[in-house]
Design a protein around this ligand. Structure first.
Ligand SMILES: Nc1nc2c(ncn2[C@@H]2O[C@H](COP(=O)(O)OP(=O)(O)OP(=O)(O)O)[C@@H](O)[C@H]2O)c(=O)[nH]1
Ligand SMILES: [Mg+2]
Length: 637
């Protein structure tokens, strides 16, 4: 089974539609207006089934100058172009424009059909053939078969069909490892079925019941049914003209230019980086920031072309460009696009998309050109590494990368694994990658932040984890944990519970600081169950300050002093002894009142109440009414 999509091309009235009908028996002009005016306005579709499992799908396009935009929507997904030229008229403006468009889209194969031969003499036909050969010289159609036919008499049609079959046979099958996508070229609703979209399935495959997303509109739905040339199928494959019946979506919700893909795989973009070439017969120079019509897939969007290497392009010149779109497009790197001038409307150039989610860069920086050259010409692995490098310290997920590289998900996964093995990428966890340079940057940020912290707070044991995470750019929790674990294993930091310090950090007290600390500690130890306030203890040691004083906090951090309540600290040994004495008393009495503690320790309510609350919180005692019992024992037990 092979599917090849052929697109017609050529000037208005040159006999494209008549030729398709003569070949396939299908009249592709469906609209009443097309019938009335005798011209094609929008795309038409037909097909030929050959004996050996080959299906030739045909997209018939309009030749009218005003409908080139529809022509562009039709030729986006084709494999080969059939340039139709009426023998009586020869090469005309849209013959050239359609040829230029097919060239810009990098269509690789095709043929020329000279039709209406019933209207001309044999020697005139020879002249036209020579003229056509000159026109296609230097294009993908140079040397391509040229077949003379008449749709009216049927002359030459068998030869044309045989030629199409031969060319179709030589077209390589489409890649199977590619994200499935279909650029919508028609939307309509069918009674009893609902909304149907059609297009060429450019890559991948779709199945009935599969969940899909309509990009860029973010509409998620399900494939209710699939058809290829009028027949219901369970599955549609790359290269097939496909009609998709979508579940529960209004016809008005979708339009030409939208793309059907698997959910969360494609990337809608308002900014893309690309190569750009101005056609050598473009009527004038293109200046950076010129407003143009941008065509990719089946969409047309207004855009501005920012030239990255020069201020303007002469006809025939090319450059890297950053394209700012006025509405989102949905495409992948490697896709070709066509640009037409704003007014008068003319095809002037095109290029290849290199990045559909470009990183910020200083415009015109030499680094940007180097980056784009790598995306254009680099090996697949280098391209991935470059994207991960630019993802910076937050890293990038495989799923987010797959819509941004010009190759399929299976190849991407293989290359990521290879890069990780070679140490060119780090895996934070499965499907999440970071460039070693970014990791190095995080290490530096963490070390610098810790060193600064230690310098500012030499008496503090360490920095809080959350504060440190903020200092390295508030990276994801898992990435931060990974970073700390690696730094700890490497002996650079010590991460203990919620505090992190440099492994080299030690708290050093000067002799004077030692004296003060010892003085405060001695006072708390002496005061036992009736401790002084921080201010008092500090002033007795000859310094002014409150509980935030670094030396007081030093005693708290090393657990010499324990905070029982706001501004109330006890010496740790006193607190241990108090707890033991209260527990003993409770063992004896089963339950006690605050007054009992006052008497036991010889202290006032000011200390007794906070102490009991502290013991409640420490799960030593439990409050029952105004009294306390030992936790886990009820009164009277
Ligand atoms: N004598 C003669 N007339 C032809 C032949 N092929 C097409 N015609 C006539 O040429 C006219 C235009 O043919 P179409 O097939 O509509 O031309 P087209 O290229 O599809 O035109 P657009 O889609 O509008 O660009 C019609 O009147 C056809 O009957 C042919 O081989 N011989
Ligand atoms: Mg036509």
């Amino acid at each position: 089974m092979k599917h090849v999509v052929v697109g017609t091309a050529g000037h208005i009235d040159h006999g494209k539609t008549a030729l398709v009908r003569a070949l396939t028996g299908i009249d592709t002009d469906r609209l009443p207006e097309e019938k009335a005016r005798g011209i094609t306005i929008d795309l038409g579709f037909a097909f030929l089934e050959e004996a050996d499992g080959l299906t030739i799908e045909i997209v018939d396009v309009p030749g009218h100058e005003r409908f080139v935009k529809n022509m562009l929507a039709g030729v986006g997904g084709i494999d080969l172009a059939m340039l139709v030229i009426a023998a009586d008229e020869g090469v005309m403006p849209q013959t050239r424009e359609h040829l230029a468009i097919c060239s810009l889209l990098h269509i690789k194969s095709g043929l020329v059909v000279l039709t209406k031969t019933d209207l001309v003499e044999a020697d005139w036909l020879e002249l036209v053939k020579e003229d056509v050969a000159g026109t296609v010289r230097g294009t993908f159609l140079a040397g391509a078969p040229m077949v003379a036919v008449s749709a009216r008499t049927g002359q030459g049609l068998p030869e044309l069909r045989a030629t199409l079959r031969t060319i179709a046979g030589s077209i390589p099958p489409r890649e199977t490892d590619q994200l499935a996508r279909l650029a919508v070229d028609r939307v309509f609703s069918v009674r009893g079925f609902g909304t149907v979209v059609t297009g060429t399935l450019t890559a991948g495959q779709f199945r009935v019941d599969e969940r899909v997303e309509i990009y860029p509109k973010k509409l998620e739905t399900k494939i209710r049914g699939l058809q290829t040339h009028g027949r219901a199928v369970e599955q549609a494959l790359a290269g097939q003209r496909t009609a998709i019946n979508l579940q529960a979506l209004e016809r008005a919700a979708i339009e030409r230019g939208d793309v059907v893909g698997l959910p969360d795989t494609l990337v809608p973009s308002l900014l893309v980086d690309s190569t750009f070439e101005l056609l050598s017969d473009a009527p004038r120079v293109l200046k950076s920031r010129d407003r143009v019509r941008f065509h990719v897939g089946t969409s047309e969007v207004m855009a501005r072309v920012l030239l990255l290497e020069q201020a303007q392009l002469e006809p025939g010149e090319s450059s890297f460009a950053r394209i700012r779109l006025e509405a989102p497009i949905v495409a992948t790197p490697g896709d070709r696009f066509v640009v037409r001038s704003y007014s008068p409307i003319m095809t002037i150039g095109g290029g290849t998309l290199l990045d559909v989610a470009p990183p910020r860069f200083k415009r015109k920086a030499p680094a940007l050109a180097a980056h784009l050259r790598l995306l254009e010409l680099g090996q697949a692995a280098e391209v991935i590494e470059e994207h991960v490098r630019h993802a910076g310290t937050s890293g990038v997920r495989t799923a987010a990368l797959s819509g941004r590289v010009p190759f399929g998900p299976a190849r991407l996964r293989g290359l990521l694994a290879e890069l990780e093995r070679d140490g060119r990428l780090l895996a934070v966890d499965r499907d999440w990658y970071l460039h070693p340079e970014s990791y190095e940057r995080l290490r530096e940020l963490a070390s610098t932040a810790l060193a600064e912290f230690h310098r500012a707070h030499p008496l503090r044991a360490g920095m809080s984890r959350e504060e440190l995470r903020g200092r390295v750019g508030a990276v994801d929790d898992r990435l931060f944990a990974h970073l700390l674990a690696t730094l700890d294993a490497a002996g650079v930091v010590r991460a203990e519970r919620d505090k992190v310090r440099l492994a080299s950090h030690e708290v050093h007290l000067s002799p004077e600081q030692q004296r003060i600390v010892q003085h405060i500690e001695a006072e708390f130890r002496r005061a036992d169950a009736a401790p002084p306030s921080a201010e008092e203890a500090l002033s007795h040691a000859g310094v002014t300050g409150d509980e935030d004083h670094e030396l007081f906090q030093f005693l708290v951090a090393n657990k010499t002093l324990v905070r029982v309540k706001e501004s109330l600290y006890f010496h740790v040994q006193s607190l241990d002894a108090i707890r033991d004495r209260v527990v003993d008393l409770l063992r004896d009495r089963k339950e006690i009142a605050p007054g009992d503690v006052k008497d036991l320790l010889g202290i006032s309510r000011k200390y007794a109440i906070p102490l009991l609350e502290y013991l409640d919180q420490s799960r030593v005692t439990m409050r029952v009414g105004e009294r306390r019992v030992l936790r886990g024992q009820s009164p009277g037990a």
